[in-house]
Ligand binder design. Structure first.
Ligand code: FES
Ligand code: FES
Length: 923
């Protein structure tokens, strides 16, 4: 065994020494040998910057620094920033400005900013962009990070408040878990596990389509004593299939003799870290017989194509359909009809935190500590995989370092569960960047055709849509996408007659799943392009055309639902001044420009049904008071960065009538919290917000009843409960009350299930309790020689019903715009080719323009204080707005996302050839 000399250095101001291989990565040494898990690992390849630390005062990616290189030098990590337990001014600014959402990038951002501020205490914006350019954030859209760095030491502009009792909802309250995120104390999936945990590494298929057999692993174990077990399909004790629908469990934990995509799990090596990561896949005795994969749309649908699933002929998973009126007749009678074909590719979630967690068996129960968006669904899935009751599984969520829908499907959970269950030892697993990208779900590629018709005076009259959505190898969320798209396919407009058909298609590609919008962002590209085309044919301003046709309260949606909240017209009103000014400026620029650049301004609109489509999707919240007066909200609503740990406390506080700072939060743990449903489909503010409000109100009612006080009474909770009703003060002596099973003495629950109905065979019904609306405009600059597009500025107006916390709403809008910008201009996951963060591009801090944000509050009567959702709506309008800007600038109508420079350059050339009067582009 090699003996290593200790490497000595100064760490966070104190001497430190690590005895490990000289080539050990500093990031790993910090996390594993020294226990400083504030330094994160998102890629281990120098691409994401999550591991940024200071080495002799300058920022470095610690995943690229060999341990030997720090001998005698100084290293500062995020743990070294706070002095005497107090946040330093930069951490304070991040906390108050809401610069941390999921928080996984926050340590890296803080260290990069510290490097800058040490050299330049008053940097300008461009200097901030340059200094932080090496750290990726997938949540925030970077704008609040820039604001925080620019305002260090001067946080007055943050306008953060500590709201009085009864005034928490609507307040710009800082995150309840924000301090953990800016100090590096927050614990994510890869940060902690028992010291004796075995490691699990997945062996994955190198083929898109194949049959295989696994031989006896005895020889492998004989040559690798640290290999404890090779798990195969035969080791799964229960049903070797999972999926998000109760009646569809088609994806195996470990493939059983057949694989349907490259990256599918076929075996798992369990043992010590070095052994399982040192064994090459080709050492595992697997005999492969590769088949012919069918990929994309045409090959799977071709006559005689290989079938991925025997019970799904033609590789068609399912059809979706919504129709109102006679769309064909309406289009035949329309004064103007426009049509187009549109296409989008796979998009990767690219959360900075890879999938990670650990599991242990405790008697006849399993405990799984894991990053997830959906603790209760994980619990039920694992139970059926192991063959035990759901109550025998406990999910303990860690902080979630970004999800965006990608952590709704299972990843490490079933593997570590099987390992821990059959071996009786803790088992942990952390996906590396390549496998998180190769093996987990994506946004559905779409191929769509749509026609829109209107009258000569600019009223929409008919619409027809067909769309295929590639769901990859397994069902995942394919059934949801095929249902959600037709409901939303027209866009947020009143259309008297419409028809929309969708199909979910299987292919030998990664499963497509949930990704911020469930098909709506793809469809928005189609309907918004057609809206622009109709406005152009009418010689009508395209924003005014949308305003005239925006669906209003009282008008039926495509499914015949009458909305009680519909604020698109108000959103457009807020944007109109920018629209007018920016369009005029762009046109003036173009008249003056002779340097190969063109400016343009586009508008995009969207709507989004909040919650699961036509399904019961309830949430339950619980509040309790302990004998010492401690008030606790038990919330199962998983915070994935969007801020539910804060907004649920705000809602509960106002329901009860005390300050939010008087409420402790227990979140996520399925043994300790009720089921609040999934953090998906923009449902938590609306659904769980209602449940939290009602939990508070019900606890308040219980206190008032015991105190025999009126509704107007004021509640104060310290060591006891005081109720002040006019001049009278009544006390409830908590010490006299019997303890409940969890130790509290007072308890109440709140429950809400959105009012939805099933859709009939024509897709008519009320699929959602409410809809969010938005309009965004994008001012873009196109380099017509290179085909590159820079988004110069954006304005976004979102109808959220009521902003429970405006900081969180703004953060969601910024983050959604960032992902929408990536979707529009750069992000395309090419299976087998872009499985890392240097080939797969996501927007950096330099790609995000200034964003003007307007929060419109058209209250939803069934929402808590009128609130609706914002998570998914924030993204859906961005690509259409950018594409509208490109058309305004160049005349090119973008029909395929992403609009990469090569595609735009080709379109510009084609346009020039067909119309030489257009601005010349050199061949
Ligand atoms: S983990 Fe080091 S750059 Fe990504
Ligand atoms: S807050 Fe930056 S990645 Fe989540």
């Amino acid at each position: 065994m090699t003996a290593f000399r200790p490497v000595s250095f100064v760490l966070n101001g104190k001497p430190a020494a690590v005895t490990a291989a000289p080539i050990r990565r500093l990031a790993h040494a910090l996390r594993e040998e020294l226990g400083l898990t504030g330094t994160k690992i998102g890629c281990d390849a120098g691409d994401c910057g999550a591991c940024t630390v200071l080495l002799d005062g300058r920022q470095v990616c610690s995943c690229l620094v060999p341990l030997a290189q720090v001998e005698g030098r100084t290293v500062v990590t995020v743990e070294g920033l706070a002095a005497d337990g107090r946040l330093n001014p930069l951490q304070e600014a991040f906390h108050l400005y809401g610069a941390a959402q999921c928080g996984i990038c926050t340590p890296g951002m803080l260290m990069a900013a510290t490097d800058l501020l040490q050299r330049n205490p008053k940097p300008g914006e461009q200097e901030v962009l340059d200094a932080l350019g090496g750290v990726l954030c997938r949540c925030t859209g970077y704008r609040k990070i820039v604001d925080a760095v620019l305002h260090v030491g001067d946080c007055a502009g943050a306008q953060v408040v500590d709201p009085e009792a009864g005034q928490a909802v609507g307040a710009r309250a800082a995150k309840t878990d924000g301090v953990e995120k800016v100090t590096g104390r927050e614990i994510y999936g890869a940060d902690r596990a028992p010291a004796d945990a075995l490691w699990l590494r997945v062996v994955r298929s190198p083929h898109w389509s194949a049959r295989f057999t696994i031989g006896d692993p005895a020889a492998l174990q004989a040559t690798h004593p640290g290999l404890v077990k090779v798990l195969t399909a035969a080791d799964v004790p229960g049903n070797n299939g999972f999926g998000i629908y109760p009646d569809v469990k088609d994806q195996p934990v470990l493939a059983d003799g057949i694989v349907r995509y490259r990256g599918e799990a076929v075996a798992a090596l369990v043992g010590d870290y070095d052994t399982v990561h040192g064994i090459r896949d080709d050492e595992v005795p697997i005999a492969w017989q590769a088949g012919d994969p069918v990929q994309g749309f045409d090959a799977p649908l071709a006559a005689g194509a290989p079938q991925l699933h025997a019970d799904k002929p033609g590789n068609i998973l399912a059809h979706g359909f919504v129709a109102r009126g006679d769309a064909e007749a309406a289009l035949a009678g329309a004064d103007i009809v426009v049509e187009g074909d549109f296409e989008t590719g796979f998009v990767e979630h690219a959360y900075i935190e890879p999938e990670a967690g650990w599991a242990r068996r405790v008697g006849d129960r399993l405990e799984i500590t894991v990053t997830t968006q959906t603790p209760y669904m994980d619990r039920d899935e694992v139970a059926q995989l192991i063959g035990i009751a759901p109550e025998q599984v406990r999910i303990i969520p860690t902080a979630c370092g970004g999800g965006f829908g990608g952590k709704l499907d299972l990843s490490v959970q079933p593997l570590i569960a099987v390992g821990a269950w059959i071996l009786g030892r803790p088992v942990r697993c952390v996906y590396n960047r390549i496998e998180t990208m190769a093996a987990t779900t994506k946004r559905h590629p779409a191929r769509m055709r749509a026609r829109y018709g209107c009258t000569g005076d600019g009223r929409l009259s008919g619409f027809d849509f067909t769309g295929d959505f590639n769901t990859g190898a397994y069902v995942s969320w394919g059934l949801t996408v095929k249902d959600r798209v037709p409901v939303h396919a027209t866009g947020p407009y009143f259309v008297p007659a419409m028809s929309a058909r969708s199909r979910a298609i299987f292919a030998h590609e990664p499963p497509s799943g949930a990704f911020r919008g469930f098909g709506v962002p793809q469809a928005a590209i189609a309907h918004e392009a057609l809206m622009d085309m109709m406005a152009e044919r009418l010689s009508m301003d395209s924003l005014a055309f949308r305003h005239a046709n925006a669906i209003r309260k009282g008008q039926p949606t495509n499914t015949g639902q009458l909305l009680q909240s519909a604020g698109l017209d108000q959103c457009l009103d807020r944007l109109r001044p920018h629209w007018t000014e920016w369009r005029a400026a762009a046109e003036a620029f173009n008249r003056a420009s002779g340097n190969g650049y063109r400016r343009g301004v586009g508008v995009g609109c969207m709507w989004y049904g909040c919650g699961n489509t036509s399904l019961s999707n309830p949430s339950t919240m619980r509040m309790g008071i302990a004998p010492d007066g401690k008030v606790t909200l038990y919330s199962g609503a998983q915070d994935i960065g969007q801020g539910t740990n804060t907004t649920m406390v705000q809602a509960a506080a106002d329901g009860l009538g005390i300050r939010m700072s008087g409420i402790s939060l227990v979140w996520g743990d399925t043994d300790l919290t009720p089921d609040s449903g999934k953090s998906s489909a923009s449902r938590q503010a609306y659904v769980s917000g209602n449940a939290a409000k009602r939990a508070g109100e019900n606890l308040r009612a219980e206190i008032l009843r015991r105190a025999n006080c009126s509704e107007m009474a004021r509640i104060e909770i310290g060591g006891s409960v005081s109720v002040r009703d006019g001049d009278a003060v009544r006390e409830i002596d908590l010490s006299l009350l019997p303890e409940l099973s969890n130790g509290d003495v007072l308890m109440a629950e709140g429950y809400f299930d959105p009012p939805t109905t099933p859709l009939d065979r024509n897709g008519q019904g009320s699929p959602y309790g409410t809809y969010g609306f938005a309009a965004q405009i994008a001012d873009v600059e196109v380099d017509v020689e290179l085909g590159t597009v820079k988004v110069v500025r954006m304005a976004a107006a979102h109808d959220v019903g009521r902003a429970l916390n405006p900081i969180q709403v703004e953060g969601q809008i910024h983050g959604g715009i960032a992902q929408g910008l990536g979707f529009a201009l750069m992000e395309e996951y090419v299976p087998g080719r872009t499985e890392n963060l240097h080939d797969y591009l996501i927007p950096t801090i330099g790609d995000l323009p200034p964003i003007v944000t307007y929060i419109v509050e058209d209250p939803e009567p069934t929402g808590p204080w009128g609130a609706k959702g914002i998570g998914e709506p924030s993204l859906c309008a961005t690509a259409p707005a950018i594409f509208g800007g490109i058309h305004h600038a160049t005349g090119v109508r973008v029909t395929r996302a992403p609009c990469t420079p090569d595609r735009l350059r080709a379109a510009l050339l084609a346009l020039h050839r067909s119309d030489p009067d257009r601005r010349p582009v050199s061949d």
